[in-house]
Design a protein around this ligand. Structure first.
Ligand code: SF4
Length: 449
């Protein structure tokens, strides 16, 4: 991730630089903070030199992310000197202040008012002459053609390897009508793809008791299936992330088959062996997931299932790992990410017995990646000769372009590389004839209109 503050060419000091680290949820937080600051009349600075104050939105999930956050704070202090820290690592204000006593303020995740207040103190607010300079859809750090849509904060689960509930608290869902209004504005402003994010999308609305709110002359319930259905009517691609396989997820699959929601499910399974899942305290940890995947594929044959897995979790035996490998061989997931277990400060899993030696973790990781890459390559090869929809992310000067199929989320999945595409533009959704494939990416040619 680039650590250069992002550019927005609008006049009027004071100027704020922003360095945004971490996951899409943190990116949405950064966008909200910037939208508020912009509406208060601040300008964004393209570089450290011109910024009156620099905001660093940190990630504190893994030790490696914390190190990256501390490095980013150090860089901002060295380059500018007037730094406000926010985000997940803000929970560890002591660590930050000890290392960087000069930081102006440290606030935690979702403390929008506190962080904006700290900016007001560090660089006093200008007169309110610029309120109308904020675009209707707010300020975005992603390209105009796709947007993350955060539907809830926090999580009611207590997975033993995760500290997100202690960082972000229990589940708090946004009202469905507010989400839909935001989505409408985004689509009106040019968004072609809405990426629904949360910590646990399938739990959306539990805290609101799945109540209903007026929407377009009818009602919409605070429930994942209702929300997905309404989002699907807005005319943009709708991609669901962080879905746990609760029974009601089955009801979203027909929406995918109908084309209302992208045939894509991001389900972080993390493991398959029952004893490891129990030790992880994973939600919706039930048997028969393989059967359900089979049933989903019958209803929606094109569904792409993405997941992530942890290898070397404490207590994972060779038999547990073999179970996972067999499960993966049967499940034939479309996109797989894997992590070697890494203790996270404050996580319950750290005190579990049966630590797996690093070299065993490495070996299991390599075996898992090898298997899943082979499955991915086979599946992508089967796409050769088909014509599919591709959303264009980037065009190059040689007449080529890079985009994604419905099976690819930005940043985490594969890409589709287009040749002979001088007429396509960023954000276009084009039909592409697939000519070639490798382990992760597809290669093709825009189909004749
Ligand atoms: S479901 Fe588990 S891993 Fe995901 S945020 Fe909640 S506690 Fe963490």
């Amino acid at each position: 991730m680039s650590r250069a503050p992002m550019e927005l060419e609008l006049p009027s000091p004071p100027k704020v630089g922003m360095v945004s680290l971490g996951c899409p949820k943190a990116l949405v937080d950064s966008e909200r903070i910037l939208t508020k600051l912009r509406s208060d009349g601040y300008q964004l600075s393209p570089d450290y030199d011109q910024a009156d104050v620099v905001l660093v939105n940190t990630c504190g999930f893994l030790d490696s992310a914390k190190e990256e956050s501390l490095a980013a704070i150090g860089e901002a202090i060295a380059e500018n000197g007037r730094v406000i820290v926010t985000g997940c690592m803000g929970k560890e204000a002591d660590v930050i202040r000890e290392k960087f006593p000069d930081v102006l303020a440290v606030t935690g995740p979702h403390q929008y008012e506190e962080v904006v207040g700290a900016v007001h103190v560090a660089a006093p607010m200008p007169p309110s002459a610029y309120l109308n300079l904020v675009p209707e859809a707010g300020l975005k750090l992603t390209p105009r053609h796709y947007s993350y849509l955060k539907i809830s904060e926090g999580c009611n689960h207590r997975c033993s390897f995760c500290i997100i509930p202690s960082l972000r608290g229990d589940l708090v869902s946004r009202r469905p009508d507010a989400i839909l209004r935001e989505a409408e504005k985004l689509v009106a402003a040019g968004t072609k793809e809405l990426l629904v994010i949360s910590q646990d999308t399938s739990a959306y609305g539990v805290d609101l008791r799945h109540g209903a709110w007026p929407w377009k002359g009818g009602e919409v319930r605070a429930h994942m299936t209702d929300l997905a259905g309404e989002l699907g009517k807005l005319g943009a691609w709708v991609r669901l992330h962080y879905v746990y396989p609760y029974p009601h997820v089955d009801r979203v699959i027909p929406l995918m088959a109908e084309g209302l929601v992208l045939p894509y499910l991001d389900i972080p399974f993390q493991h398959a062996a029952p004893s490891v899942l129990r030790a992880m305290k994973r939600p919706a940890n039930e048997a028969k997931v393989l059967e359900r995947i089979r049933a989903w594929r019958e209803i929606c044959p094109d569904i792409a299932i993405r997941s992530s897995f942890v290898v070397g979790f404490p207590g994972e035996t060779e038999a547990d790992f073999d179970y996972l490998m067999q499960w993966l061989a049967e499940a034939r997931l479309d996109r797989v990410g894997a992590f070697r277990f890494e203790p996270v400060k404050g996580a319950a899993a750290n005190s579990l017995p049966g630590a797996v030696p690093e070299e065993v973790k490495e070996e299991r990781y390599a075996r898992l990646m090898d298997l899943t890459a082979r499955i991915s390559a086979e599946k992508l090869r089967a796409t050769i000769g088909r014509t599919i929809d591709v959303i264009v992310d980037l065009v190059d000067e040689e007449g080529g372009a890079t985009g994604r199929s419905k099976a690819d989320a930005p940043e985490i999945d594969g890409e589709v590389h287009l040749r002979d595409a001088p007429h396509v533009a960023q954000g276009d959704i084009v039909r592409v004839l697939i000519e070639d494939a490798d382990e992760h990416d597809l290669y093709g040619l825009p189909a004749a209109l």
